[in-house]
Design a protein around this ligand. Structure first.
Ligand SMILES: Cc1cc2nc3c(=O)[nH]c(=O)nc-3n(C[C@H](O)[C@H](O)[C@H](O)COP(=O)(O)OP(=O)(O)OC[C@H]3O[C@@H](n4cnc5c(N)ncnc54)[C@H](O)[C@@H]3O)c2cc1C
Length: 390
């Protein structure tokens, strides 16, 4: 089939929007960004808590997260507009049985140039009287991390892509991939096939069905993730950063003013759903549980009122790490999906390194492991923290 585009990217979440931008920046002639919804970040990215932290146990992820923090903090220099990053710092409560590992991992982080500090929980509580330190092993504090507005960040990439000459088509579902022999040569749209030199599957939880359409295996589950927004009584002492509470398996993020986002963290039940048919509103008992867990640890949250709750999807792979890059034996096809509930922060850097791989054929050795080839090779990632904590 004749190529109409050099590259077609399916999906305009944070992964698709950012890789499309980097490809244009690297001088790729014609790039088409396809999105079935009304605009960038209209799906899971738009519902993301968008907490930006670096505390990963895998050095590759810590390296990428550090680069992501640096990029998000200076996004105006890159894209000409602010991506909505709040560099507040980030706080994590670690249970006693991982305290030793946290000390070990923080040394790895410092070797990568990440500013990280560890505190005895009782010492920390003296300066932060909102904390109940009982049962906390150690407090990890990252100076340069924070949280972002995921829609603003994604729109900044998508708009910069279009400004650089890229073509974005919204409300345009990709119905399938065109496969000829061992190559992917285009996509199927409602008005017929469109040829491409390369197709990037950045379709989030729908990436699996898109890949399977072309007989490409994608071991991935779509699981429902609920977040809630709460109104806290004014004037109470509260954190100034997002908080991951690994002791009580819950997380908290400032929303501005007296509003706070709360969610349940790993470990918890992960319920697989049909990405085209799942409950979009929160379950009452789960909302109450999220707030109870956080309020035990941060008592000023007690009495918070539920403003809203919603559900979106994690696209969870076998090892909670994304599939990124080419696969052996399939020409013209690249994975960029399987964020497993933690890809917002790192997506722009992962997308940049994927663009280098596609355009220049250059890839760092550590990055190669992201390829779906790791499944057949039995070379899955091994992490220490579990689930989407990486
Ligand atoms: C509630 C929640 C909280 C989270 N919190 C955090 C966090 O604090 N920090 C963090 O780093 N990460 C977090 N994550 C994870 C992070 O948000 C995701 O990993 C990331 O946004 C995934 O982006 P994506 O572009 O891969 O997928 P998506 O955002 O799902 O985008 C895929 C896009 O592809 C489109 N699409 C699918 N199929 C087709 C098709 N056939 N044709 C055309 N378009 C198609 C979809 O409409 C969608 O817009 C959270 C996720 C959720 C759901």
């Amino acid at each position: 089939m004749a190529s109409n585009y050099d590259v077609i990217v399916v999906g305009a979440g944070i992964t698709g929007s950012s890789v499309a931008y980097w490809l244009k920046k690297k001088g790729v002639g014609s790039v088409l960004l396809l999105e079935k919804g009304p605009g960038p970040a209209c799906s899971n990215t738009g519902k993301s808590a968008a907490v930006v932290r670096t505390f990963y146990s895998i050095p590759l992820m810590a390296r990428i997260a550090k680069a992501a923090v640096d990029l998000l903090a200076s996004l105006t220099d890159e894209l000409g507009r602010d991506g909505g990053f709040h560099q507040t710092g980030y706080t994590q409560f670690i249970p006693p049985d991982w305290a030793e590992m946290a000390v070990e991992k923080s040394a790895m982080h410092r070797s990568l140039g990440i500013e990280i500090r560890l505190f005895d929980p009782h010492d920390f509580a003296r300066d932060h009287p909102w904390l109940n330190p009982e049962g906390v092993g150690v407090v990890v504090y990252e100076t340069n991390s924070g949280y972002a507005d995921p829609v603003q960040t994604t729109e900044a990439f998508a708009d910069a892509f279009v400004a650089a000459g890229g073509e974005a088509r919204f409300r345009t579902p990709c119905r399938g991939l065109v496969r000829e022999g061992d190559g992917i040569t285009g996509v199927l749209l409602d008005d017929g096939p469109v040829g491409a030199g390369a197709v990037i599957n950045a379709a989030g939880p729908w990436a699996k069905s898109l890949a399977e359409f072309a007989n490409l295996d994608m071991p991935m589950r779509a699981v429902r993730e609920q977040d809630t927004i709460w109104e806290v009584r004014p004037g109470r002492p509260l954190p100034t950063t997002p908080v991951s509470n690994a002791v009580d398996a819950a997380y908290l993020r400032p929303m501005g003013g007296t509003r706070w986002l709360m969610g349940r963290g790993y470990p918890k039940p992960y319920v697989e759903v049909d990405p085209n048919n799942y409950k979009l509103t929160v379950d009452n008992e789960d909302a109450i549980d999220m707030c109870d867990r956080m309020a035990r640890r941060i008592p000023p949250l007690q009495g918070a009122k539920l403003v809203e709750g919603y559900a979106a999807l994690y696209d969870v792979t076998l090892d909670w790490m994304p599939f990124v890059g080419p696969r052996s034996g399939v020409a013209g096809y690249y994975d960029l999906a399987g964020g497993s509930g933690h890809l917002f922060k790192t997506a722009p850097i992962i997308a940049r390194e994927l663009a280098d791989w596609i355009v220049d054929g250059e890839v760092r050795d550590d990055f190669r492991q992201f390829s779906h080839d790791r499944v057949a090779a039995g070379n899955l990632f091994q992490q220490s923290f579990g689930g989407n904590r990486g």
